[in-house]
Ligand binder design. Structure first.
Ligand code: SF4
Length: 232
């Protein structure tokens, strides 16, 4: 039943995403997807008896491992270059570089169970909120106590999530479909560790050219392999 409802959401999103990727730039296609996704998530929350507990200045999940598709990393880079001061950009870059160095020798699981502040978390709020990646956009909880537990005991993977089913269906159906549409368009649809991809994208402008040329966008950023589920 759950799978069936996710598939229904995915079918509708896939058609829209494929049409957008043919008509407008990858960046604009992503922004259109984010707009549809936000509407779906809001509608899911409105129809659910259980409500998300997420609110402004709640940041526990911003210490979990963050991942993003190449198309999403470039949207963040674009946003940061237009909206951040040089000092803010350098602060985010320094934080991301430190995060990359800190987890350099760790396995995926060790990395996943290590708390790290996201480089875009500033004063308890997301500084790239309009273009935060799907992993963050989709993540939600109905019980903050579970988020606090995961934050305080990051190596304890037995702590259950507290998803709102209606939001889970809307967000996962939408994301899966958009990702398939990006793959179909021939663009790099890999999932990358956000810290290392952001650092590489800022330091090497050729990453964006590779992406637009439908090649693997990043050469040194960590790729998340199939089956390695991200926490956020
Ligand atoms: S991108 Fe924004 S929402 Fe996502 S982990 Fe970073 S600060 Fe939090």
């Amino acid at each position: 039943m759950l799978e069936q409802r996710i598939a229904e959401v995915a079918r509708a999103e896939f058609e829209s995403a494929v049409a957008d990727l043919r008509k407008v730039s990858p960046h604009d296609s992503l922004l259109r997807f984010y707009s549809r996704q936000d509407e779906r998530i809001a509608a899911g929350a409105a129809t659910s008896a259980v409500k998300p507990a997420c609110h402004k200045n709640c940041w526990y999940c911003c210490y979990y491992k963050v991942e993003a598709r190449a198309i999403e990393v470039f949207a963040i880079v674009d946003f940061v270059k237009r909206q951040f001061t040089e000092q803010e950009l350098q602060t985010a870059l320094k934080c991301a570089s430190q995060n990359v160095e800190e987890v350099g020798g760790l396995s995926y699981k060790q990395h996943m169970t290590t708390n790290q502040k996201c480089p875009f978390l500033v004063d308890g709020q997301c500084s790239v909120y309009p273009v935060r990646p799907s992993k963050c956009r989709n993540f939600h909880a109905s019980d903050v106590a579970r988020c606090v537990e995961s934050y305080e005991r990051p190596t304890d993977l037995t702590i259950p999530n507290s998803y709102v089913t209606e939001i889970f269906i809307a967000s996962h159906g939408g994301s899966e479909a958009f990702e398939r549409a990006v793959e179909l368009s021939g663009l790099d649809h890999r999932m990358y560790d956000l810290n290392s991809a952001f650092v590489e994208a800022i330091e090497n402008p050729k990453c964006l050219k590779r992406f637009k040329d439908r090649k693997k966008a990043f050469l040194t950023a960590k790729v998340v392999q199939v089956g390695e589920a991200g926490a956020v």
